[in-house]
Design a protein around this ligand. Structure first.
Ligand code: GLY
Length: 599
C-alpha cells in the first residue's frame, strides 16, 4: 500500500462498529479486528492481507470448521474488503494439504478464454497490438471466472460446511459494511479514470465522484444479495442463471457512462463471452509440482501457473551452490541469477498447453545443473539470458532462443490457513490488475477480471512459437505460486503472495531467506525484496538497494527502485506450535491470527 501518497483524512466513525450477526469473531474486540503481522500459538491459524478476512477465517475455525471452510469464508470476505484484488469475478489457484492422507491436491480455478477468443484477440484492425490499458478496459480482457467453482469444489471435496455457510459471513460484511482503510481508498484513487468510465463502477466506488474517505463505512448490498442468491440457488445461478446473464451482458455491452468525469483515451470494446462459455467452465485438479530443496520437499502449482515450475527450477539451480557459506550479498547475487535463468525458461516454454514431459524436464536437477553452469559468482550475466534446452540431454551450458515475457499484473491476494487437524490451504486469487477490467456487473456488486491480458498479445516475429498466446478455452499463464514445503514428510512452511510476475521472486526470496540465510519467518517476510525476471535493470525495494545495491552493483546487478514487492502471507509449523505471519508494512500490513495464542 502506498500510505505515504495520500492524505489520510481523519473521519470519526460511529462508536461501536456494527458487527455482523453471523460473523461474531468480529465482535470479540468490541471494534475493529486486529491487524497483527505475526501470531504464534496452536489450534489453527489464518493469515490474509486483511483483518476482517482473517477474523472471519478464525471464527470458522473456532466454530469447528476446517481449513478449507475457513479459507473459502476468508476468500469470500476478501471479495468484499479487497474487491480490487480478488472476488467471484476472477480466479485463482488453491493448494490443499490433507493431513489424514498426507497428500497435496490443487485446484486450477484460472479464468478461461471464451470460445470466441482467437489468437488475434488483442490485435487491432491496423495489425498492431493494443496498448495494455486499451486491452484491459474492455470486454475482451474478461475471462470466464473460476473462483466460485473453486470454492464449491474445495468444500465438496475437503470441506465440512456448505457454500452458503461459507459465504454467509462475507455477505454480512458486505451488507453491514466495513471501515475504509488507506489501501482501499488508494486503490480506487489509482483507478479513478478507469472506474469513472462505467456507471455501475462509478456508482459503487466513486460516490459523489470521489473515492470513499478513510475511516468511513463502505457497504456493498448488491454483493451481499449476490452471495445470498448463490447461497440459495447454488453456483448454477452464477454459471447458468440470472448472474450469468448479467455477466454476459456486461462483457458484450459494457455499461459505459454517457458522460464520464474523466475522458478515456481508448475505444472501450465489447468481448465475446457467452452463456455457453460460463456453462462450459470447469475447474481442473492438476497434480502439484514437486521438487526437493536441501532436504525439504516443495509442492507448488502447475500450469497454467508458471509459479510451481519457476520456483522449483530456481531452487534447483540454487541447490548447486552452498549458500550457507556465503555472505548475504554473494547469496543474493545467486538468487538473482537463478531467478533470471528460471524466468528465461518459463517465458520460453510454459503455457497452459505445455506438455508434462517438458514441465518435468524443467524441474529436473540435471537441467538445473546445466543452467547453473552459466552463473558466475563474481559477475552478473548479461540480461536477458537465453533459455535452456529441456530436452533430456544434459551436460553442457546449452541455450536456446528467447521468448519475451507478457504483461506483469499488479493485483491479486493470498491467504494461508491451517486447522487443528493439520490440514493446510495455500490460496492465491485474483482479478488480475488492481480493479480488474474496471466493470462492476450492474446490480451484482463485483468487478470482472482482466485475466486475458495475462496472455501475450502477439507472436514475436522470428521467435519460437510463444506458449502463451490466446486461444479458445485456453487459460493464460499465471505467476501465482501458492507453495507448501515439507521437512521429512511433515509440514514446515506454507506461503504465497500477490504481485503479478514478481510473485515467483517474492516466494523464492522468502524461501531463501528462511532456509539459507538463517532468518526467522517474520524476518524473512519483512526483509527488503528484489525481483530479477531476466531483464536489466531488475526491480528492488528502496531498502534493498540501500542495503545491497552497492555491493551487488559491483557484481553487475542493476536495479530500478519500486516502492514494494508482494504482500505475502505464510505459516510455519514448528515443534512448539504455529508461527502465522503477514506483511508488517507492505500494502498497509496484513493480519495473522492463531486460534490459541502461546504465552
Ligand atoms: N494475474 C497475475 C497472475 O496470474 O500471475
Amino acid at each position: 500500500m502506498k500510505l505515504g501518497k495520500i492524505a489520510v483524512v481523519a473521519v470519526v466513525i460511529a462508536a461501536g462498529l456494527v458487527v455482523p450477526g453471523s460473523a461474531p469473531a468480529l465482535a470479540h474486540g468490541g471494534g475493529e479486528p486486529p491487524r497483527n503481522p505475526t501470531a504464534t500459538g496452536y489450534g489453527g491459524a489464518v493469515s490474509t492481507v486483511d483483518p476482517t478476512a482473517t477474523a472471519v477465517g478464525l471464527d470458522v475455525l473456532r466454530r469447528g470448521g476446517n481449513a478449507v471452510d475457513a479459507a473459502v469464508a476468508a476468500a469470500a470476505t476478501l471479495g468484499v474488503t479487497e474487491p480490487f484484488s480478488a472476488g467471484i469475478g476472477g480466479g485463482g489457484f488453491f493448494v490443499y494439504y490433507d493431513a489424514k492422507t498426507r497428500r497435496v491436491h490443487t485446484i486450477d480455478g484460472r479464468e478461461a478464454a471464451p470460445r470466441a477468443m482467437g489468437q488475434d484477440a488483442f490485435i487491432k484492425a491496423d495489425g498492431t497490438p493494443m496498448a495494455f490499458q486499451e486491452a484491459r478496459i474492455s470486454g475482451i480482457s474478461a475471462g470466464v471466472p473460476g473462483s466460485l467453482l473453486t470454492w464449491k469444489e474445495a468444500l465438496r471435496k475437503w470441506g465440512s460446511r456448505s457454500l452458503g455457510a461459507a459465504l454467509s459471513p462475507a455477505a454480512d460484511v458486505a451488507r453491514r459494511g466495513f471501515t475504509v482503510d488507506a489501501t482501499f481508498r488508494q486503490q480506487i484513487a489509482d483507478n479513478s479514470a478507469q472506474f469513472a468510465q462505467f456507471d455501475s463502477t462509478r456508482d459503487l466506488y466513486l460516490p459523489g465522484g470521489q473515492p470513499p474517505l478513510v475511516g468511513s463505512r463502505f457497504r456493498n448490498p448488491d454483493l451481499a444479495d449476490t452471495y445470498g442468491e448463490i447461497s440459495r440457488r447454488g453456483t448454477d445461478a452464477f454459471y447458468e442463471g440470472a448472474i450469468a446473464r448479467d455477466i454476459v451482458a456486461t462483457v458484450q455491452h459494457p455499461p459505459v457512462a454517457a458522460d464520464p468525469a474523466v475522458p478515456w483515451q481508448f475505444e472501450i470494446r465489447p468481448g465475446g463471452m457467452t452463456l455457453a462459455d460460463l456453462d462450459r467452465y470447469d475447474v481442473r485438479f492438476p497434480a502439484p509440482t514437486k521438487s526437493d530443496y536441501r532436504g525439504y520437499t516443495v509442492y507448488g502449482m502447475s500450469t497454467p501457473s508458471s509459479g510451481g515450475v519457476a520456483v522449483s527450477e530456481a531452487l534447483n539451480i540454487l541447490e548447486q551452490f552452498d549458500l550457507a557459506g556465503l555472505t548475504a550479498t554473494e547469496a543474493l547475487h545467486l538468487y538473482l541469477e537463478a531467478s533470471a535463468l528460471s524466468f528465461a525458461d518459463r517465458n520460453r516454454y510454459v503455457g497452459d498447453y505445455t506438455s508434462q514431459a517438458v514441465l518435468d524436464e524443467l524441474v529436473r536437477d540435471k537441467f538445473a545443473a546445466e543452467r547453473a553452469c552459466q552463473i558466475d559468482p563474481t559477475k552478473a550475466l548479461v540480461k536477458p539470458v537465453a533459455p535452456g534446452s529441456p530436452d533430456g540431454h544434459y551436460g553442457g551450458c546449452t541455450t536456446a532462443t528467447a521468448v519475451a515475457d507478457g504483461n506483469p499484473g499488479q493485483s491479486t491476494t493470498n491467504l494461508t490457513v491451517t486447522d487443528k487437524w493439520g490440514n493446510i490451504v495455500e490460496y492465491t486469487l485474483t482479478i488480475e490488475q488492481t480493479g480488474g477490467n474496471a466493470m462492476v456487473v450492474p446490480g451484482r456488486g463485483f468487478l470482472l477480471n482482466n485475466e486475458m491480458t495475462d496472455f501475450n498479445f502477439a507472436q514475436a516475429p522470428g521467435a519460437p512459437a510463444d506458449p502463451n498466446l490466446p486461444a479458445p478455452g485456453k487459460r493464460p499463464r499465471s505467476s501465482m505460486s501458492p507453495t507448501i514445503v515439507f521437512d521429512d514428510g511433515k509440514p514446515f512452511l506454507a506461503l504465497g503472495s500477490p504481485g503479478g510476475a514478481t510473485i515467483i521472486t517474492t516466494v523464492l526470496q522468502i524461501l531463501v531467506n528462511r532456509i539459507d540465510l538463517g532468518m526467522t519467518l517474520p524476518e524473512a517476510m519483512a526483509a527488503p525484496r528484489a525481483s530479477q525476471r531476466n531483464a536489466s535493470p531488475g526491480q528492488a525495494e528502496p531498502a534493498f538497494i540501500t542495503a545491497y545495491g552497492g555491493e551487488l552493483g559491483t557484481l553487475g546487478q542493476a536495479f530500478a527502485a519500486t516502492p514494494e514487492l508482494g504482500a505475502a502471507t505464510a505459516i510455519e509449523f514448528t515443534r512448539r506450535g504455529l508461527i502465522a505471519t503477514a506483511e508488517p508494512v507492505r500494502r498497509g500490513g496484513g493480519a495473522a491470527g492463531v486460534l490459541h495464542n502461546s504465552h
